[in-house]
Design a protein around this ligand. Sequence first.
Ligand code: GAL
Length: 723
Amino acid sequence: MKHLVLIWCVILLCSFTVGEEKSIWLGDMDLSQFDLETGQAMKNQTTRGDTIIIAGTIYQNGVGVGVPAKYLIDLNSSGSRFYAEVGACDRKFRARPAGTATAGANQQPAGGPGGEMPGGGAPGGAMLGGAMPSGAPGGAMPFGTPRVMPTIEFFVLGDKKVIWSSGPMKTGDKAKVVDVEIGGIKKLALIVVSQSVSGSGPGAGPFGSMAAWGNAKITYTGNVAPKALPLKAIGEEPKILTPKESDLPKINHPKVIGATPEKPFIFTIPATGKKPLQFAIDKLPNGLKLDGSTGIISGTSPAQKGTYTLNILVKNSLGVAKDKIELKVGNLLALTPPMGWNSWNAGGMSVDQVKIRAAVDVISDKLRGHGWAFVNIDDGWQADKRTDDGELFTNQKFSDIKGMSDYIHSKGLRFGIYSSPGPRTCGQALGSYQHELQDAMTWGSWGVDYLKYDWCSYRSISAGNTLEELEKPYKIMQDALVKTNRDIVYSLCQYGMGDVWKWGADVNGNSWRTTGDITDNWRSILNTGFKQTNNADYVNPGHWNDPDMLVIGSVGWSAKTLPTKLTKDEQYAHVSLWSLLSSPLLIGCDMTKLDDFTLGLVTNDEVIGINQDILGHQAKLITKGDDYQVWAKDLADGSKAVGIFYTGTTDGGEKDPVKMINWDQQKVDTSKLINLDFSTLGLSGKQAVRNLWSQKDLGTFDGKFETKVNQHGVTLLKIKATK
Ligand code: GAL
């Protein structure tokens, strides 16, 4: 018996050390190394979280990717075979029943990111047919537009040679089998590209179309398993550019605040500097009081309409800062774009009171001094049923909503909530349909200061085919909001339907979503922010286009959040563009994981100043080349803010699959020299140029300015004529 055991042990040991063939599923490798332009590579499911189905055949095993996709594997010369069944995934255009959504349960937000829809997609994950009128800059598709499916092609490469290719394939084609010998190969690359779609640019070329490597596995010998190699961003990553916060007292943005007469008022003077800080105001209108140690102004706004100039003084042991903030009492709120935090991109429906309080603590400690003011709960706070008298209450995750609201206000911050005009929200929670006034009153009693009102299942009530139908639910709620005892900033969310920017102000909206849901990939940034090209003229103080929230920091749409998939350059571009666009700035990340880089992104007062500029203009696209764009806006001080973006795609249109892979993992210089001709901005003569991220003057330039911009990055400038 003893001998037998010994023999077995020897056999077992040998099989582990020499020669024994093993295999590893592609899905069990590090899929985060997949380089995709949209979505994330997913184990055993498509990028939308669906079962992988190729021409009707279900694949329980495999890896779903967006297109284009690249993956590099170190085989260590120990591979023997690569096997997979590949193809384009069957498309289920799920015209979801009204009110249904995958929100919250998914890795990705409702609305099927992963790029299923060209141009950002529509929440609810469906092609909404008539519900998406044409012209939404975020890519809402004109109703009836035929969908052109790209042809895709799979390649398997070994050490810089194509060893297998599928030839062109389209949705509905049977999977093709790849079964190739890979003996002796050091590095294996897997590529999927899209081949033919009319036109170019977002929505065409890299379409986000779903492909899959079904039953993909590598057989190998030896003890070192094949390993994924990094492909993404092997260039120089930018550093924290925002200078370290000064110890000297400084008064930051906003410099103007709106209120309606005789409503509760709460505002914190945005100031930084070594603590403790002391605050003073020369003359405060009756009804308001200042807490001199925190800078929180609270009370009731004046009954008399008009502009009240608050002369502010902030001091600490090192010095004194003085500035003016205008309090405008009238009919308008949000005179600069709302700045704050929203829970959706930081956990979707998993939001709870504990997370909100944690966010409040970080915001009041680190961000409030830079103007960040709102703490907004998105979907997921509602109870399953209304009370017998129809009241909408909170679920168990929010056991003390009033206590939470008081806590938010005690920190000088403002409290936002979310609902839908339909019977259900996008996350399937209860909406406000036929309870609008009652809900508004409930929120008023909780101390709500901001409402995001999201169309969602309202499509089961109305197709929204006419302007009247589109405006109706928003008017009903607006009528209800003004009856409350609060100043409630009104944020319309209906993804741009019916060119909402043309009429959002008529229903007293302060901002309106112009796009489908954002996700943390470059394609999504191109399809949201960079699509705001035809709506700038509708923006002015109190009325803002909203291309959705920021996807920086640790983000995710289920309880687990992960570092944003945007590169650092892409994050600079994202925040710069949102600032230029005067978009609401709503951070959507897990605040308890706020790292120094992300903190730098949201505490640069010169960049924030572009967003909060009191003129309230939205930047316009000035010039556009194949791979770069220049956006600019006028500022109140007579200067211009200019963003020079290198928007080019990863491969620069590369057609040769071998060249698509950075085989030797070399650092690549991803930058490009871009020339800004001042005449395109309507400027002549000498201009003083300042870099806003580094807060450094770059000098005086005549006629033009040349700058090196990293791929998907930005140079953000302030340009002012010299005297
Ligand atoms: C979507 C909306 C998201 C989020 C979500 C909640 O329609 O665009 O921002 O609010 O609903 O379910």
